[in-house]
Design a protein around this ligand. Sequence first.
Ligand SMILES: [Zn+2]
Length: 330
Amino acid sequence: MKRRDLATWGGITLGAIGAGLAIKSFLPQRFMSPAPWHEQKVQAPTLDTSTMPQIDVAFLRCGSVTIPECIAVRGAFSLAPRTIAYSGVLIRHPQATFLYDTGLSYDIHTYIADTSLLFRKTLGSFLFVQSINSHLAHAGMTSHDLQFALLSHLHWDHVSGIPDLPGVPLRINRVEYEAAKLGLLDSNGGLVRRLMGNNPIELFDCAGPTYEGFRSSLDLFGDGSIILVPLPGHTPGQVGMFINRSNGPRLFLLGDAAWINENYLRPATMHPFIWSAVTADDATARQTLIDLHLFALRHPEVSMIGMHDANMQEHFMAIEQAGMSRAKAT
Ligand SMILES: [Zn+2]
């Protein structure tokens, strides 16, 4: 075979392998073999929350971006647009009013302006909707009315509202903070460190007993209503939050352990191109997705909502607001 033919065949082969890998990246990924979760499709008893306090919950959307479904969910053969939200959650418990994650601050773009062009054109690109401060004002509040902000994890898009919340203590899982000091705080030109500013930091440990199949927990107010559980993998110390209340359905806030509900329902990661860019530990993050999948099978009555899941957040808020107006009418 002539050298030129060899080069042509070599090129075609490499091209075919590349195309094969590209196609494979969109195909479903097998998590475990055989899939034991199907045997565990047993609904668990629902928790009696009638003695729990009344807790109001509101998702505050500060920004969004739209991506095709096949990017949000590996193995979804659909280009349907899915909205990825950037939100904070306002939680009003009798013992404290606080945020879970912080959404975006008014001047977030001045912070992002100092990052690399690549960052600004990819992860740092989004549609700004409303600052967290403006959301609080709309609710008749200022940041002084918040006792603290509890951060699911320390990725920039979850701490971006902090400049609107001067002086508000930041509650962070010790594992997450210690790990972030080794790199995350200073990546992208120190973006996370700059966003966190001088706010006081209060570290906590999820050192309590196992809870609902998760390895450990922290009962935030000691009344069983707000329970934190570790959801590691996306980052080393990410925490999810159960909200058990008498005035509405149980909620489970997932941080970024799942972007949208299909991630834990199938289960399926995002497209590996994104997944590998944002995931600290692939195997641990996939195990966390399996844990969420099993919990979803056992507890279909619990609303499990990721911090970027615009659909689920909208759906929840529609039900929540209908419940509030019903309560006002009676
Ligand atoms: Zn995120």
